[in-house]
Ligand binder design. Structure first.
Ligand code: CP3
Length: 343
């Protein structure tokens, strides 16, 4: 493996300054070239399952900005889709699924899970062959709780009330759903690693809506299960956990799941992030709206993160995905600010 992938060095606990840099959702609608490919693809899932087009959009932000890491272009909801659930993406409405019932959970299985996901594995293989050696390739999956929220509600909600209620009313069915998702997500990550992913990230976008006991049962335990399974086969592959909104529970999450690094959202105080950094690398955490605003809002945000976290293992990123209205000039400005920073 080439020695010059600075992101892998940081994930081993090394301090690199200026830090490696990439953006969550870096391939997306803020880029005209993405919108063009997306038009040619037909549906969003067609784009995810077409290796030619998925490679094309994954490469777009690398070619434009030269980020240190590239993230596979796909979606967390390909897992329920590969398990046989109906998943659609409608323009302006986000994902739409047929809500799953307790009886359907009991029967949930797929004999063709990996066959269904083969185009994703092919995309990873082609990407690793195509990317510059120094660019880290990130594979990913959604955490079981976050994927389950969409499977139960059938769409995004502000507080995941449908999934929380379902979990309390049907605890056995809900635990079974988390188990099926953890098993398949671990197998999915292992295949991505075998196809060439250097690092994997587990997105737990909705971990911030749970009480103590539920956080432990729905987030920490299933993610620990995935980490254990992946490590049993690939002990050296770094795993980034991103429990968005976990607040005071980030530390417990890091300690109990054993993830290599923590993705932190923009509400995590930098002083708390500094503390988390003593346990391993942190990734984040610029408010994506500072990037939309640009100017002083952007430079102040970048500077504060570099000042607080630049003397430890840091992967510079946003605190959540880039939004479609972000001007490209602001992304260029952010890259320049990070790359030209001095300590
Ligand atoms: O560049 C990358 O980051 C890689 C690709 C990626 C996508 N989704 C592409 C996408 C990744 C890593 C994801 C993860 C994902 N998907 C998450 C976890 C991270 C987060 O944002 O919290 C979640 C919750 C989803 C589910 C999902 N997919 C939602 C809620 C939406 C609708 C919101 C939106 O932005 O439209 C999607 C659609 C989606 N996934 C798009 C992209 C580029 C936009 C769809 C389009 O092009 O029409």
């Amino acid at each position: 493996m080439p020695q010059n992938r600075i992101m892998l060095d940081v994930l081993k606990g090394k301090t690199v300054f200026p830090p490696p840099l990439w953006m969550m959702r870096q391939a997306g609608r803020y880029l005209p070239e993405y919108r063009e490919t997306r038009r040619r693809a037909g549906s969003f899932l067609d784009l995810c399952y077409d290796p030619d087009l998925a490679v094309e959009v994954t490469m777009q932000p690398i070619e434009r900005f030269g980020f240190d890491a590239s993230i596979l272009f796909s979606d967390i909801l390909v897992v329920p889709h590969a398990l046989g659930r109906d998943v659609r993406f409608e323009e302006g409405r986000g994902p739409l699924l047929t809500p799953i019932t307790a009886a359907e959970i009991a029967a949930l299985e797929s004999k063709t899970f990996h066959v269904n996901l083969e185009p994703v594995y092919e995309t990873v293989r082609r990407l690793r062959a195509k990317l510059p050696d120094e660019t880290t390739l990130i594979g990913f999956c959604g955490a079981p709780w976050t994927v389950a929220t969409y499977m139960i509600a059938g769409h995004g909600t502000p507080d995941q009330a449908p999934a929380r209620l379902f979990a309390y009313r049907e605890p056995a069915a809900f635990q079974h759903l988390l188990k099926v998702l953890a098993d398949h997500s671990a197998a999915y990550l292992i295949r991505q690693i075998e196809a060439g992913a250097d690092v994997v990230q587990i997105f737990d976008s909705w971990s911030g809506v749970l009480d103590d006991a539920s956080f432990d049962l729905f987030c920490v335990q299933p993610v620990s299960e995935i980490v254990g399974r992946v490590r049993a086969v690939h002990p050296d592959v770094p795993i980034i956990g991103f429990p968005k909104g976990a607040g005071a529970r980030y530390r417990t999450y890091r300690q109990k799941t054993g993830v290599t690094a923590l993705g932190i959202d923009w509400t995590v105080p930098l002083i708390a992030a500094k503390d988390l950094q003593r346990l391993g690398a942190v990734q984040g955490n610029l408010d994506p709206l500072r990037l939309v605003a640009g100017g002083k809002a952007l430079s102040d945000g970048v500077e504060a993160i570099l000042k607080a976290l630049g003397d430890g293992p840091l992967i510079f990123n946003l605190g959540h995905g880039i939004t479609p209205e972000t001007p490209i000039a602001h992304v260029e400005a952010m890259v320049k600010l990070v790359r030209s920073a001095t300590r």
